[in-house]
Design a protein around this ligand. Structure first.
Ligand code: GDP
Ligand code: ZN
Length: 458
């Protein structure tokens, strides 16, 4: 296990005013103590904070005013000695302090290395470690809070509870089989087992359902902006992005490449994709755009479908209505500053209950309504992301699916009235898949747990 001391700038979540240089390892306290002008940190109690200055040996002067927190292992995040040097002078100060520390032979930490140490030292389990990694990568506040919740161990807790249920079931069957003479242990029936598996199955389904939302929060709601050329797709994208990256032009069909932008609309992260418009065409360049548009539509979580208020509905528009069938979409009737040519009743009929928002992008009208429609579509009301246990990690989702499948195998066997000792093989597999999420797979731990469940040694 590494014993060298690492350091990095670690700015607290959601704050920019204070920056921290964090050190972890054997040399964390002695190195800081050597540079610190103030109390002797080597003598400092654990989990205490000290005001003083960091001395810069190269410049031979006291460099920065700091507050230093001393935390001795193992009651720290990494379980090693940890020092946090809080700098108040912004990025310049914090960088200077880091440089001074590195001069003393401390190594710069790799991304996620503090977390890796916490995991290696058994401080956190695998799902928590991954949650921390997600925090490092999070792009929005909501995604951040999901990751933080997971880090709190909520997922671990829930998985632990489900595994416990499964374990009790397996143990029960095992006892029935191996110790038939224990008649004080009730016989596990097919009905009882069906009830148990159904319960856990429901929970797994729910987890997988919210997993989709978790993925969206992390990666952004894949949002396709579609519509015929010149209706205002690029303008819409620009409005949402509020900088002019996509090309706005008078010439139809000019936006040929798909451009992606990442924006945060009322807490909903959108990964906006501006397409060339879906239409059948002979033009080769345009065709690439069209094919890609169809692809984009396939992967879209949300479609913003733009129509022109100033033109009658065309066949192409109707084709687009067909293309978005079954998807979440919002119809945007743009250019309301120009004379109405569009048959709104017909649009209403085609939209079939999906929201229709009228905008004049040029006059910046209707944008609020559009943004709230986007948020509504995503949250389907007012769901607070913080209230749910999300699963936002691909490996976890994979394992949850495998666990669910194994459990369904067990349920199928139960329905066919197979012997319970056969059924429990699949229940045990479910237990193992869930165990992999929290990094606990050792199959002999099943045996240990079986014995701690039922005190058979009496
Ligand atoms: P796209 O081809 O669908 O991406 O359309 P663009 O965003 O490139 O817009 C085409 C033209 O319509 C540009 O000249 C825009 O300035 C103009 N436009 C966009 N929105 C509006 C609007 O609300 N009203 C009017 N009058 N013109 C608009
Ligand atoms: Zn465009």
């Amino acid at each position: 296990m590494e014993t060298d001391t690492i350091a990095a700038i670690s700015t607290p979540v959601g704050e920019g005013a204070i920056s921290i240089v964090r050190l972890s390892g054997e040399q964390a306290i002695p190195v800081t103590a050597e540079l610190f002008q103030g109390k002797d940190l080597v003598e400092a109690d654990t989990h205490t904070i000290h005001y003083g200055k960091i001395f810069d040996p190269a410049a031979n002067e006291a460099a920065e005013e700091v507050m230093v927190t001393v935390m001795r292992g193992p009651k720290t995040f990494t379980r090693e000695d940890v020092v946090e040097i809080n700098c108040h002078g912004g990025m310049v100060a914090v960088n200077r302090v880091l440089e001074i520390v590195l001069e003393k032979g401390v190594r710069i930490a790799e991304p996620g290395e503090f977390t890796k140490r916490a995991f290696l030292h058994g401080r956190i389990d695998l799902s928590q470690a991954e949650a921390v990694m997600d925090v490092i990568r999070s792009k929005t506040d909501k995604a951040m809070s999901v990751a933080l919740k997971q880090m709190d161990g909520r997922l671990s807790e829930l998985i632990g509870r489900l595994r416990q249920e499964l374990l009790e079931t397996v143990a029960h069957v095992e006892v029935n089989i191996d110790y038939p003479e224990y008649d004080d242990v009730e016989e596990m029936s097919n009905d009882m087992m069906q009830e148990k598996t159904k319960e856990v199955h429901g929970e797994l389904e729910h987890l997988l359902q919210v997993a989709k939302q978790g993925k969206i929060l992390r990666e952004g709601l894949a949002t396709a902006i579609i519509g015929r050329p010149n209706v205002g797709k690029s303008s819409l994208m620009n409005t949402l992005v509020q900088e002019n990256k996509a090309i706005v032009t008078e010439v139809p069909g000019t936006t040929r490449d798909i451009i992606e932008e990442y924006v945060n609309v009322r807490g909903v992260p959108l990964r906006l994709v501006d397409t060339a418009g879906i239409r059948e065409t002979e033009d080769i360049v345009e065709k690439i755009g069209v094919d890609r548009s169809r692809e984009v539509l396939q992967d879209a979580d949300l479609v913003l479908f733009v129509l022109n208020h100033n033109e009658p509905l065309t066949e192409e528009d109707e084709k687009l209505f067909e293309a978005v069938q079954g998807l979440d979409y919002i119809v945007i009737v743009n250019k309301t500053d120009l004379e109405q040519q569009l048959d709104l009743d017909k649009v209403k009929a085609l939209a079939n209950g999906k929201p229709i928002i009228t905008t004049s992008l040029i006059r910046e009208e209707g944008i609020d309504q559009l943004e709230s429609a986007i948020a509504k579509t995503f949250f389907a009301g007012d769901v607070d992301a913080g209230d749910m246990t999300y699963v936002s990690n691909v490996r976890h989702i994979q394992l949850l699916k495998q666990a669910k499948q194994a459990l369904e195998d067990a349920m199928g066997s139960l329905e066919m009235d197979m012997p319970l000792d056969i059924v429990q093989i699949d229940v045990t597999r479910t237990w193992e898949f869930l165990g992999e999420i929290v990094g606990d797979t050792a199959s002999d731990s099943l045996i240990d747990q079986l014995f701690s469940q039922f005190c058979l040694g009496k």
